[in-house]
Write a protein that binds this ligand. Structure first.
Ligand SMILES: Nc1ncnc2c1ncn2[C@@H]1O[C@H](COP(=O)(O)OP(=O)(O)OP(=O)(O)O)[C@@H](O)[C@H]1O
Ligand SMILES: [Mg+2]
Length: 504
């Protein structure tokens, strides 16, 4: 065991324990921090953390630090192959101070990246005796050899890394299961899952959270397929009316007479086919919420009736003089330019003002590309469950083409596109060809939306950093060096600007 306690190493160990306990860093940054410290303290020149992929018995480089780190990350090893593979196979630590002459040593990697390795030590990352990965340090500085004390310290750090990793995996698994159950519960009730990543949509969610608590009417605006109905559902689910009915009516789907009966009901004999009394949607929604989709298509006569419901909460069924009073919250949506309809006299000004108390505009997908990877991943998982097919995800090219595409049909188009790709895809990854994206019709620079300088600068920053990360295979230490900033600052920017690794 350790002969005397080295105070610097001891303090680092305390710092690492605190970090693991703090939840401040994501798992990749945390592991990087751990092996970075281990490398420094044991005076290694380079280091890697390899994880075991149980399925194909391979080791892949989760982290590789040092001059050739970025290049090393492209390689994989078979269990049993090379010194790291030996460590996993035998679940034992090892010091090799004459690497060139060790027959276990696999010199293909070091030859390909042109990085000679002289001394090395490697330790298993264990969870209850099970080896889940390896940490290896290369080339002790100043031409020295690694000694037993270095190995003891590396084992301590490897234990910390293993605990951190297993914690993160358990949390991730629990989160996924909870999300799945919550989704299933909502789907069983006929609701959809709202997926959101971009700041604009996060801001909208904050607004609807506040709006949900009131009984005001809400008008949801935005192009076709942006998710207006999903937002209406969310307002209902987040309101005190959530256990009462959420009733949907598409005002464009029925001719005027039928729509009136649909909305307000009728009594027997009200018209030729009215053989029975019928409750309308407003009555069904009593205590809950009614969602009037395509409100711009509501005929003028019904607009007057709707205005009265909003003002007095009363109406009469078709063919009846008796007033019915309901307690219904009204949400409406349209993809039409409703102000233009008002201007042309096709939509009542007074109704417009009553509905427009709280307008919510959902921006088109091309103005919030950060949502694309998240949504695409969500739809792919959903489709994989339904079709029982398995994909690793989207290839880099596929993701790039989705990010560059203008999505005139918005989220609905993305959903259809991913579904189709999932059905026809034949390889491990969804490829660009599986998506069948049409060339962009128009550039989107004339779109309205958030034009503030801050948003523009953040968007530039996010793109710039993303590019640098991509170029450095998402090695944050390398990227930080290239960008000439501290790695901790880079981690923070990645979080704040919500930059995601398209391969993850
Ligand atoms: N943020 C989102 N997260 C998950 N799914 C979404 C999201 N936004 C939209 N969708 C999905 O995209 C499809 C279109 O959404 P929705 O019907 O809400 O759009 P819309 O704005 O009402 O379109 P339209 O104007 O054509 O009626 C739906 O299947 C919906 O579930
Ligand atoms: Mg809709």
């Amino acid at each position: 065991m350790l002969s005397k306690i080295d105070i610097q190493k001891f303090n680092t160990l305390i710092e690492i324990s605190n970090l693991i306990n703090s939840n401040y860093l994501d798992i990749h940054s945390l592991l990087t921090e751990i092996i970075d410290s281990a490398t420094r303290l044991c005076e290694g020149e380079a280091s890697s953390l390899l994880l075991t992929d149980q399925e194909n018995q391979e080791l892949y480089f989760e982290i590789a630090l040092g001059a050739k780190g970025a290049e090393v990350r492209q390689f994989t090893l078979k269990v049993g192959e090379g010194i790291a593979g030996w460590v996993v196979k035998h679940n034992k630590s090892i010091i090799v101070n004459d690497v060139e002459n060790d027959r276990r040593y696999l010199n293909t990697i070091s030859q390909q990246i042109d990085y000679p390795c002289k001394t090395m030590m490697a330790v298993p990352m264990r969870i209850k005796d099970n080896c889940i990965g390896v940490i290896e340090l290369l080339n002790k500085k100043s031409d020295k050899y690694f000694v037993q004390e270095d190995l003891d310290w590396l084992e301590i750090f490897a234990n910390q890394a293993a605990i951190a990793l297993i914690n993160a995996r358990s949390i991730e698994q629990a989160r996924n299961e909870i999300q799945l159950l919550q989704d299933q519960l909502k789907i069983d009730q006929g609701y959809h899952t709202l997926v959101a990543k971009s700041q604009v949509i996060m801001d909208k969610i904050e607004i609807i959270d506040r709006v949900a608590k009131t009984d005001s009417s809400v008008l949801i605006l935005g192009e076709s397929g942006v998710g207006k109905e999903i937002f209406a559902e969310q307002i209902h689910i987040r309101s005190a009316r959530r256990d009462k009915p959420f009733v949907r009516v598409n005002c464009a789907a029925l001719p005027e007479g039928l729509l009136e009966s649909e909305l307000f009901g009728h009594v027997k004999g009200a018209f030729t086919n009215a053989v029975n009394n019928r409750r309308g949607r407003f009555e069904m929604a009593d205590g809950g919420t009614i969602f009037l989709d395509e409100i711009g298509d509501l005929p003028l006569a019904l607009q007057a009736k709707l205005l009265r419901v909003i003002q007095q909460r009363t109406f009469e069924k078709l063919g009846s003089d008796t007033s019915i009073t309901v307690n219904v919250r009204i949400l409406a949506a349209t993809n039409k330019d409703i102000e233009a309809l008002v201007g042309r006299g096709e939509f009542r000004t007074d109704l417009y003002y009553r509905l427009n108390v709280l307008p919510i505009y959902i921006p088109p997908l091309r103005q919030r590309t950060e949502d694309i990877p998240e949504l695409a991943g969500f739809f792919l998982k959903k489709c994989m469950r339904e079709t029982k097919k398995q994909f690793e995800g989207f290839s880099r090219k596929a993701m790039e083409s989705m990010l560059a595409y203008s999505w005139p049909g918005n989220v609905r188009e993305l959903e259809n596109c991913v579904e189709r790709a999932c059905v026809i895809g034949k390889t491990k990854w969804i490829e660009e060809e599986d998506l069948f994206l049409k060339p962009n019709i128009q550039p989107s620079i004339h779109d309205e939306g958030d034009r503030s300088l801050k948003t523009a600068i953040n968007s530039f920053k996010a793109h710039y950093i993303q590019k640098a990360l991509d170029e450095n295979k998402w090695n944050q230490t390398e990227t930080a060096r290239v960008l000439d900033i501290q790695r901790t600052y880079l981690s923070r920017l990645i979080k704040e600007l919500e930059i995601t690794n398209p391969k993850e």
